[in-house]
Design a protein around this ligand. Structure first.
Ligand code: NAP
Ligand code: MG
Length: 406
């Protein structure tokens, strides 16, 4: 069979530890035999980030702006232990944070549903997609420890010479306290709203959004106001035509509604809410390793990745020569998402079809009972049907199913 041709390269961002190992096996077994794979390769492994003083991360984000589609492997975000382990000259920032800051996007996360892996919430019959605003708030916050009595103030000096000042707290007790300042930009909130509404029209799903505007009457209320304004002026008619709705409520109310719902909508979340809720949803839908993630920028660039980390614990076992049973589904879906998008943009239907077939082969493999340990532990399938396989066997089983459909 002739290999499927590509015209524009994908931006390939390699990563760390166990996911780097899986990355290579996925390429060797599931992609290179079938596609004339064109990528522009960036090694975001920690050693290369150290060597290039993290320039490679910036370069990979800029390449994404140039080509439009990237696929990223999980990477280590260094902490003190990693600085020691890798003998780093600095505690380099989170690559995802750097990339998101350059692309200014919204992260959409959706679970991959398969028969035999039932959500803990039994009424969730459709996936719930979390749209996480990937800019600002506590992630760009400034903080102070003020461990003595004193006055903390919030001050804004306008370019026009006006000044706004508010007392945050008069600390009177001897040990003082802590303070935090955070921001968001109206522009970023507006593009967050547009990304959500565009993605909703693309995927034909309603949008739900919530903040705590009753308590945060200026900060959170601005999110609410901007979403409503963008919806009313740019999307209302398109939503009506598509039979979709936009629904706003309070964050605590939405949590209750999400649990009672059947799924099938986009849940737009502020940055912190999205961070927390996406891990809760991933786990409640079955496994962190079954969650896809795509960063969509307002100017239409896409970066696909798995939602989980580098699976460090498994990597250490791998280094000891032991077999691991690491789930590669979300990483495979990062590749299929990117290949499908590349196919759409370059009008290569064969590439899109291949991506869909690889997804179907992956799901069939699990539904046939071949699964990694994380799924074997939670499946509702009859025990005699379940074959717990190692990382390589799982990918080879997918290859067999894929070849049968090509
Ligand atoms: P993690 O890599 O997501 O793994 C946490 C645990 O979840 C694993 O030990 C494993 O549980 C289970 N797990 C996650 N993915 C799995 C998979 N594909 N297959 C099977 N089990 C899976 O999180 P972490 O250990 O907290 O973080 C490790 C490194 O990843 C850190 O350096 C962190 O900075 C980085 N990280 C990167 C990203 C990213 O690049 N997007 C995101 C998060 C974390 P068991 O051990 O019980 O089997
Ligand atoms: Mg998180």
């Amino acid at each position: 069979m002739a290999k499927i041709q590509m015209t524009t390269p994908l931006v390939e961002m390699d990563g760390d530890e166990m996911t780097r190992v899986l990355w290579q096996i996925i390429k060797d077994e599931l992609l290179l035999p079938f596609i004339d794979l064109k990528t522009e390769y960036y090694d975001l492994g920690l050693e290369e980030r150290e060597k290039t003083k993290d320039q490679v991360t910036v370069d990979s984000a800029n390449a994404t702006k140039k080509y439009g589609v990237a696929v990223k492997c999980a990477t280590i975000t260094p902490n003190a232990a990693r600085v020691k382990e890798y003998n780093l000259s600095q505690m380099w920032k989170s690559p995802n944070g750097t990339i998101r800051a350059i692309l200014d996007g919204t992260v959409f996360r959706a679970p991959i549903l398969v028969k035999g892996i039932e959500p803990y919430v039994k009424n969730w019959t459709k996936p719930i997609t979390i749209a996480r605003h990937a800019y600002g708030d506590v992630y760009k916050g400034v903080e102070m420890k003020c461990f003595q009595p004193g006055t903390a103030k919030l001050v804004f000096e306008g370019a026009d010479g006006t000044k706004q000042e508010e007392v945050i707290m008069e600390f009177t007790e001897p040990e003082g306290g802590v303070i935090q300042g955070m921001h968001n930009r109206c522009n970023s909130i507006r593009s967050f709203a547009r990304s959500c509404f565009n993605y909703a029209l693309d995927t034909k799903q309603d949008v739900w959004f919530a903040t705590k505007d009753t308590i945060s009457k200026k900060y959170d209320h601005t999110f609410k106001d901007i979403f409503q304004e963008v919806f009313d002026t740019e999307y209302k008619e398109k939503f009506e035509a598509a039979g979709l709705t936009y629904f706003y409520t309070l964050i605590d109310d939405i949590v209750a509604r999400v649990i009672r719902s059947e799924g099938g909508y986009i849940w737009a979340c502020k940055n912190y809410d999205g961070d927390v809720m996406s891990d809760m949803l991933a786990t409640a839908f079955g496994s962190l390793a079954m969650m896809t993630s795509v960063l969509v920028s307002p100017d239409g660039n896409y970066e696909y990745e798995a939602a989980h980390g580098t699976v460090q614990r498994h990597y250490y076992q791998h280094l000891e020569g032991k077999q691991t049973s690491t789930n590669s589904v979300a990483t495979i879906f990062a590749w299929t998402g990117a290949l499908n998008k590349r196919g759409e943009l370059d009008k290569l239907p064969e590439l899109c079809t291949f991506a869909k077939k690889l997804e179907a082969a992956t799901i069939k493999t699990i539904e046939d009972g071949y699964m990694t340990k994380d799924l074997a532990l939670i499946t509702t399938m009859d025990a005699e049907k379940v074959h717990k396989v190692n990382s390589t066997e799982f990918i080879q089983a997918i290859r067999k199913n894929l070849e049968a459909t090509l």
